[in-house]
Write a protein that binds this ligand. Structure first.
Ligand SMILES: [Fe+2]
Ligand SMILES: [Fe+2]
Length: 185
């Protein structure tokens, strides 16, 4: 599989979590009962799988290769993607804070929690579209087969280094469970 296909497949996984976040936000807003453990799982996935692992593959390996191939960083597409990763990180901190407040019984935290969940999902959805439709197309055209193979090897190394051996597979199992829960929401 090509490096960009691996990353696109991971986008499909992340989208399941975004579905769960959006549905949870709706329930918070309408005053319906919300399973806080599901939001906690979404957060765990967004931090461990999406940010630590997927974004690291892009930031440490794919983006530098693109810059080498002539894609603009500062003021260009790579810089824009890096900025959005940062924005996502700050929204995840905000989700953590408000989720902890709500878990401790502070009902006032519902509104800002719903807002942060929606903002994160919106940000990531548009980010994913830009990568899938534009940046990865550029990458696929710019990278030689050897460079692509090197990237794929590097991705495996990042999985081991960032989240530990076998954990990536564990996230995929967690995702199946989350996908089932999303259907019931
Ligand atoms: Fe990204
Ligand atoms: Fe991505």
């Amino acid at each position: 599989m090509k490096s960009t296909d691996i990353l696109s497949n991971e986008h499909r996984a992340i989208e399941i979590v975004l579905d769960a976040m959006e549905k949870s936000a709706k329930r918070l807003e309408s005053g319906d009962e919300v399973d806080l453990a599901t939001i906690d799982d979404c957060l765990d996935f967004a931090i461990g799988f999406a940010d630590k692992c997927h974004h690291a593959k892009e930031e440490e390996l794919l983006f530098p290769k693109l810059v080498e191939a002539g894609v603009k960083r500062d003021g260009g597409p790579v810089g824009a993607m890096l900025h959005e990763h940062e924005e996502g990180r700050s929204l995840l901190k905000s989700i953590r804070k408000h989720l902890d407040e709500l878990s401790a019984g502070d009902e006032e935290a519902k509104e800002p929690l719903a807002e942060a969940l929606k903002c994160y999902a919106n940000l990531l959805r548009s980010h994913i579209i830009k990568e899938d439709r534009v940046l990865f197309e550029v990458a696929a055209a710019a990278l030689s087969d050897e460079e692509d193979e090197e990237l794929v090897k590097g991705f495996d190394d990042i999985e081991e280094r960032k989240i530990g051996p076998g954990v990536h597979e564990e996230y995929h199992r967690m995702l199946d469970d989350l996908a089932e829960r999303v259907k019931m929401m």
